[in-house]
Write a new protein. Structure first.
Length: 198
């Protein structure tokens, strides 16, 4: 299974996209089906994803290891995942390029899939991988754009006497919820339809 493409984060500096894309809390919020993702070592993450590909669904435990990091430009990754429905073993590369329009992410990867999940066929697996990637990047883009929005300034009010106590800080915005399984299924259906159309 091969995956390759690019995505533009409009008006976003490369350092911001890099930092957010390596934040496990943000990644867990943007990836469809991700139930857990945590850092367990230097550039090593463990996670759990619930996936449904055609008639096959299940929970996969996985490890992601990053290497050859050159912040904020490029890194390589290795992914190993397994569950009752099969095994996934893959590798890939992510590269960020800053342009006048923002930051462009170029990504490519290859994965070997075995077990029952491989029985759904190459086309459906490729479509599912593209749908997961597209929805994850769209969700990350929403997080990036939210960070780029200017914070409202506090109005300046002239007072007489002792200055009032500072108001409590606003709570941090909650991370965006990942797409529902229904939204993911619709995304896969769109990818399959695009494959079938001439």
């Amino acid at each position: 299974m091969n995956l390759e493409g690019n995505y533009t984060f409009a008006n976003a500096p490369r350092t911001l996209v890099w930092d957010m894309f390596l934040d496990p809390v943000i990644l867990a919020a943007i990836m469809p089906g991700c139930e857990r993702l945590e850092r367990v070592g230097e550039n090593v993450f463990e996670g759990e994803m619930k996936l449904k590909v055609g008639p096959v669904q299940g929970v996969f435990q996985g490890v992601v290891e990053l290497s050859h990091l050159n912040a904020p430009e490029i890194y390589h990754m290795k992914i190993k995942g397994k569950g009752p429905q099969g095994i996934v073993d893959g590798s890939g590369e992510v590269r960020l390029e800053e342009t006048d329009a923002g930051t462009v992410m170029f990504y490519n990867g290859v994965a070997q899939v075995s077990g029952r999940i491989a029985s759904v066929g190459q086309r459906l697996m490729d479509s599912s991988a593209r749908a997961i990637t597209r929805q994850s990047l769209q969700n990350l883009d929403a997080q990036v754009q939210a960070r780029l929005q200017p914070q409202p300034a506090e109005p300046q009010v002239e007072t007489i006497g002792p200055a009032p106590a500072a108001p409590p800080p606003l709570p941090a915005a909650a991370p965006l919820p990942p797409p529902s399984q229904r939204a993911f299924a619709l995304g896969v259906a769109r990818e399959v339809a695009q494959d079938l159309l001439p």
